[in-house]
Design a protein around this ligand. Structure first.
Ligand code: F6R
Length: 600
């Protein structure tokens, strides 16, 4: 959480840094700040609230300078206010720093090295910048002082540092929090991810844990904590500035919902060879065929894992368990010997999932990460990687990443089935093409979603999503989406489970969304819907063509029964979006949340 940017070049740093911060706002948005190195002075501006507030603060000010750092915050140590906002300055005023992460031993470091320095903020970060000042006062050159501090820090960090006495150089470092270097012509950058630099360059260098970088506008050097220079390949991303802008859309969320058919087509093109065959073996070379699969993930990615479980079991015939990462970490479950661990993560940075990955690596079991972000921590640290190729997902509420994860899991299940010698499998590429067509048809049904919101959710503060089997998994996701962006309390329940307790909450007019895409259990779910209708619920049935009934609110096109979640989730995404709009919520930046959850 939190996002950082650092820039040196010939452009106005204020513009470059603010644009970068806006792209990182998904990482946290309770306060922000910039430091711009001017001709005469170091200028720091900070403000509570979203980056728009910072822009309002500096509007009309002449802030010139071609060197700058910036920060957007998701508070951990200290309430969100102007004082706790980054950047922070050292006691002499010489050094200025931004930080993403948590310094676990900041209290001990303060007591040991700078006990008499008065702390101005409640942050852990402030101690780091005082330490750099402390060691430089003791005679170390800035790079040495910075490196010395890095070797003392415990915890997670991406840092960027400005030295007022050497203002044409920046220093940055990383451990467990993401940081990339961006290489330009006569300009160089660092930022928490590539989206924050794509307006300047599409040439990136990955930074690994316990590495730092020293750069000016012409040169950028990566080193380890022993001070040794490290060579690093440059890479590019296959998306551009338009992927990180809303374009004709009012919100990223709606844009990303609409991108889903093209994401599915993109996945097909990435994983299909010229003969129409699955082209995934290279990524998975050496992967043993497991006798049990464990999927570990959080939030929406966990929900994608629940759908993936059924697909893997039905197609690859491998028993699969799905675990919430933060629960798994401390539960010490019994693990079968010949197991594979799959980590699903849009960002590839989720601390809970990473904690489990580390445990599993210590056990020597094979690990596979399915992620949207190449070079992310979970991507780098797993033995095998599959990319979801969904393009940057900016809205905090995940939509296209979920469908992309399920699509990639489906292809992976075919890979395992082929290696298991299972014959007569479904033509997954054909089925995914059908999915993409079905998704396209739903893009035009926004009016329907708006009407459903008006009729069912106006003035309501709670609702239910019910369904069975794959529909139940989608109900959990639909309820999560609705609650996180509209703040309506929403519960996803297995249709048959309602009568074991939660039915007590049904009153006159309680909205209940009923998902009904599996013919095998359609009748049972219809009965569950009747049970709540009898108690006054207002049911909104989302069914599938072929077994729809009169009065169903939304009839979805028929697709392969195993893959229905890829289609049925879209009405739930659209309903959540329009419910949030109707309530005047900030759709892309819901309260209290951040997209990349890098703390446990
Ligand atoms: C909800 C949402 C979160 C994430 C969760 C895991 O819309 O986006 O629930 O799914 O924080 O994040 P990743 O997938 O990045 O590991």
């Amino acid at each position: 959480m939190c996002g950082i940017v650092g820039y040196i070049g010939e452009r106005e740093a204020k513009e470059v840094v603010i644009t970068g911060l806006k792209r990182l706002e998904y990482r946290g948005y309770d306060s922000s700040g910039i430091c711009i190195v001017g001709n005469q002075a170091i200028n720091i501006y900070k403000e509570k609230g979203k980056i728009k507030e910072l822009e309002n603060l500096i509007e009309g000010m002449e802030i010139e300078g071609t060197v700058g750092i910036g920060h957007t915050r998701w508070a951990t140590h200290g309430v969100p206010n102007q004082t706790n906002a980054h950047p922070h300055q050292s006691y002499s005023g010489r050094f200025t720093l931004v930080h993403n992460g948590i310094i676990e031993n900041y209290k001990e470091l303060k007591e040991t090295y700078v006990p008499n320095v008065e702390r101005l903020s409640e942050t852990d970060t402030e101690i780091v910048v005082h330490l750099v000042d402390h060691f430089s006062t003791q005679g170390l050159a800035t790079e040495e002082a910075f490196r010395k501090v890095l070797t003392l820090l415990e915890g997670s960090y991406a840092l960027a540092l400005v030295d007022a006495e050497e203002p044409k150089k920046l220093y940055a470092a990383k451990n467990k929090s993401p940081l990339l270097a961006g290489i330009g012509e006569g300009e160089n950058m660092v930022a928490s991810d590539a989206t924050a630099m794509i307006h300047v360059t599409n040439q990136f260098k990955e930074l690994k844990d316990e590495e730092y970088v020293v750069f000016d506008r012409n040169e950028l050097t990566i080193k380890n904590y022993a001070g040794e220079v490290l060579e690093r390949e440059v890479y590019s991303v296959d998306w551009d500035v338009s992927s990180v802008e809303t374009g004709q859309y009012e919100h990223f969320m709606l844009k990303e919902i609409d991108e889903q058919p093209s994401v599915i087509r993109n996945i097909i093109s990435k994983y299909q060879d010229e003969n129409g065959m699955l082209n995934i073996a290279e990524e998975l070379q050496g992967l043993p065929v497991p006798s049990r699969i464990y999927i570990v993930a959080a939030g929406t990615s966990y929900h994608a894992g629940l759908v993936g479980k059924t697909i893997l079991e039905k197609i690859a015939k491998i028993p699969t368990e799905v675990h919430i990462a933060s629960e798994y970490m401390y539960s010490e479950p019994l693990i079968e010997k010949n197991s594979l661990f799959i980590f699903i993560s849009q960002s590839g940075e989720t601390a809970d999932s990473r904690g489990v990955l580390k445990q599993i690596k210590e056990l020597g079991l094979p690990t596979l990460t399915i992620t949207n972000v190449q070079g992310s921590t979970l991507y780098r640290e797993a033995d095998y990687q599959l990319l979801t190729h969904a393009g940057p997902e900016i809205a905090v509420a995940s939509t296209k990443a979920y469908t992309a994860q399920i699509a990639v899991l489906s292809l992976f299940s075919i890979h395992l089935a082929e290696r298991n010698g299972i014959e007569g499998n479904i033509d997954m590429f054909h089925e995914l093409k059908m999915i993409s067509t079905a998704m396209e048809s739903l893009k035009d049904m926004k009016e329907k979603a708006k009407q459903i919101v008006d009729s069912y959710l106006t003035g309501k503060d709670k609702c239910f999503f019910i369904g069975r089997l794959q529909d139940f998994a989608v109900c959990l996701e639909g309820a999560l989406k609705l609650k996180e962006i509209s703040y309506i309390q929403a519960e996803g329940y297995a249709g048959g489970e309602l009568k074991h307790g939660p039915i007590a909450l049904i009153e006159d007019g309680t909205p209940v969304f009923v998902l009904l895409t599996d013919e095998k259990v359609a009748k049972n779910t219809r009965s569950n819907a009747q049970e709540v209708v009898a108690r006054g619920a207002n049911t909104c049935v989302i069914s599938t063509k072929g077994f729809e009934e009169e009065g169903d609110a939304w009839v979805l096109p028929k697709v392969h029964p195993l893959l229905t979640p890829l289609v049925s989730v879209i009405p739930t995404q659209l309903i959540s979006y329009y419910a949030a709009l109707q309530r005047g919520c900030d759709v892309d930046k819901p309260r209290n949340l951040a997209k990349s959850v890098t703390v446990e």
